[in-house]
Design a protein around this ligand. Structure first.
Ligand code: TYM
Length: 388
């Protein structure tokens, strides 16, 4: 729970007409009417890679640092989502810890943002049940995620009973199929106004918006807030090994991705073997030169403030005379320069004692629980599920 001082101050704020209040212990806004509510989540399925960093974690830290005092920010380690595929409990515990350390390493600050594990806030699962009573099976069956996790084609249908497809039906678990409903619950539980994500999450965000609209329509009240999606400029960082596919934690080829904890040597080695092409010189064209363009994109996203576009960066720094070896060297140096601090902060966060880290996570989870419980109570009451 909150410290006694914070609890007393919270009570004082609640009993007065104060609309906005900054918790002295945690500094984040506990306003009843925050300006923006920013929520996002990441699965604890290993140390984040460059796609997670450029597409999500770094934009989250930027949003945090540029936030107004009455903005509220919540970032969650979505461990209930992670268990939609089989997980080893010991590894999952380790990955949760590593993700918390990654949050701190990229500059997320528990004094400014609520950083918590999803499974520490039971209201997520409860709201998911409520929302699943409004979620269309037809809509869910069109979502791409369960198909890609099961390596099924994009036109796969869970209701297809033809003999050749029957074998897939038992493999598809309800949790994986209803994954987007839990994601909608994560977002809608906090009256989130903005969700910063990479491009692959756009379909889930649209689903959450539509679910909120359907729900509000059913009860004739604006109980849920349809959120806006903020797609990061680095919306789709591609694999180093297959640059027509996005960089992903689940790719069995470890050379396909750079982790935020990779050493200088590892970064250079992975960039050196990144798939490019045999065309002379350096030029930017995502269609005809996906490998080279991905490397330029990565470099550009680390230096967005210096160049108007990846094309501009290419024009200013490279040309038809530049060898791919020089390009790769520069890209690897840029990544290493930017990740050096992150990896140092990661290792110091990981050396924090288990108790210290779990205390920090619990304090944040208390704040999330307080907001979630109060919002869920209002929703349930409006639905006829409360006594008052
Ligand atoms: P997850 O864990 O797969 O990824 C976390 C974030 O990283 C972004 N990302 C990328 N961005 C650019 N290029 C890439 N190659 C790349 N790979 C991943 C993702 O877009 C994401 O923003 N379903 C979500 C987690 C979630 C969530 C939420 C997100 C659960 N509840 C509520 C937002 C709001 C997921 O699996 O992300």
């Amino acid at each position: 729970m909150f410290s006694p001082t914070a609890t007393r101050a919270l009570r004082r704020a609640a009993s007065s007409n104060t609309k906005h209040y900054i918790c002295p212990a945690c500094k984040y806004s506990t306003s009843n009417t925050p300006n923006r509510v920013i929520f996002s989540g990441i699965q604890p399925t290993g140390v984040p890679h460059l796609g997670n960093y450029l597409g999500a974690l770094r934009p989250w830290a930027k949003l945090q640092d540029g936030a107004a005092t009455d903005d509220r920010l919540l970032f969650s380690i979505v461990d209930l989502h992670a268990i939609t595929i089989k997980q080893d409990p010991r590894l999952l515990r380790q990955w949760r810890k590593e993700m918390f350390a990654s949050f701190l390493a990229v500059g997320l600050d528990p004094k400014k943002s609520i950083l918590f594990a999803q499974s520490d806030v039971p209201a997520h699962a409860e709201l998911m049940w409520i929302l699943s009573c409004f979620a269309s099976m037809g809509y869910l069956s069109r979502m791409t995620q369960w198909k890609s996790k099961m390596s099924l084609p994009s036109n796969a249908n869970p209701f297809d009973t033809s003999t050749s497809k029957k074998k897939d039906a038992p493999a598809l678990k309800l949790g994986l199929f209803s994954y987007p409903v839990l994601q909608a619950a994560d977002i809608l539980l906090y009256k989130t106004t903005h969700v910063p994500v990479g491009e692959d999450q756009a379909q889930h965000l649209e689903f959450a918006r539509e679910l909120a609209i359907t729900f509000n329509h059913t009860f004739g009240a604006d109980l849920l807030v349809p959120p806006q999606t903020i797609i990061s400029p680095a919306k789709r960082v591609m694999s180093l090994a297959e640059p027509t596919k996005k960089m992903s934690k689940s790719d069995p080829d470890v050379k396909s991705r750079i982790l935020i904890t990779d050493t200088k040597e590892e970064i250079h080695k992975k960039i050196k073997v990144a798939l490019t092409d045999s065309i002379q010189g350096v030029s930017y064209d995502r269609d005809s030169r996906p490998g080279v363009s991905n490397l330029i994109d990565i470099m550009y996203h680390f230096q967005e403030e210096h160049f108007a576009s990846p094309e501009q960066l290419t024009k200013d720094l490279f040309g038809p005379e530049t060898s791919l070896k020089v390009l790769k060297e520069k890209v690897a140096n840029t990544i290493d320069d930017h990740l050096r601090d992150v990896r140092e902060r990661f290792s110091s966060a990981m050396s924090m004692g288990d108790v210290e880290m779990s205390d920090m996570a619990r304090e944040s989870a208390d704040a999330a629980n307080q907001l979630a419980t109060s919002n869920l109570k209002t929703i349930k009451s409006q639905m006829g599920l409360g006594w008052d």
